[in-house]
Design a protein around this ligand. Sequence first.
Ligand SMILES: [Zn+2]
Length: 358
Amino acid sequence: MNDKDYKSCSSCFFSEKFPGVVIEKNGRCNFCNHGDFKARKERQTTLDITELHRIAEELKKERKGKYDCIIGASGGLDSSYVIYIARKILQLNPLVIKYDHGFNYSLAASNLETICKQLGIDFKIVQSSKKYDLKYIRSMVLALRDLDVYWGICGFCHYILLAVVYKYALEENISTIFYSGNLYQSRLYLRRDFKLKFMLRNLRKLNIAKLARLVFYMMIAQYYFVRLKLEFYVPPLSNILRSRVKMRENIKLLNVTRYVRWDIDEMVKAMEEEMGWRKPREPKLPMRFDCKIEDSLINHTYTKAVGLTVQGIICNNLIYDGIRTKSKLRDTVQKYNDDVVQEMRQMLSDLKLDYKEK
Ligand SMILES: [Zn+2]
């Protein structure tokens, strides 16, 4: 079936190609008609900023080293805003860590430099000295390219990014990691069992030689990933086998979004006007623009499987929250869809692999 043959929702970007979506009698999908996005967002910020100020005062009092807290940041909207809150609102002295896996856009990196310099914050950029991250991604692409499904390709966000922050927290004797939760980006509605089924369907089409190739490169990829974990090793030893890093109990995680409402427009305004932070040129979204892996491999997989990019799904959440309309976001969604092929071509060229049109 062609993507256009699926019934699509009149008020968001879902079509019935997306598993779980039903277009109901009024022409809107079940998410638009009965979704609970707004309620969930209300539940996300349940505490008051005064409570956060109280915690900040405690952190200042109990500080053991040079810094009050640590923040893992990319220079995208969310992490930049966490820095802004920590420094400008709470008057803390944070250490900012950027794990640079080599697949970030330069705009995010320059944003981070701008705001840290302006706020007089120490920041460190951490890279793998032997480029194990690049070798890992390259091997994963070689493993998965016949399958043409790249879900789960990247272990950086779930493991390395946090491990690097954790490692510096231990080294600098910092007790608290500040982070954020952006519901627009974290709610993507695609269930794991669908992803697995989609992957298995493609797996069945592979002949024995291609299967052997997949297993071979997958093993090489895992080797590089373990090397990466060892390079940024944090105890306990069992972390080497984990897909999410386990932290010692004396390091606390503080989700800033529980105390401060994650209002995208207000955040962008504050960051642009006060921090010299820049968003990408419209129609692109002011968030989720830092990672080339997502815009190429992940979006390639999403559009093939469900007809929409990750940012397309994020646009739906903006609609469900009532802060944007479909007509306002149409160009944005189209732009992300249109860019997938070019992003894929660029990614494969960066990895020194040829691009095969499928
Ligand atoms: Zn809808």
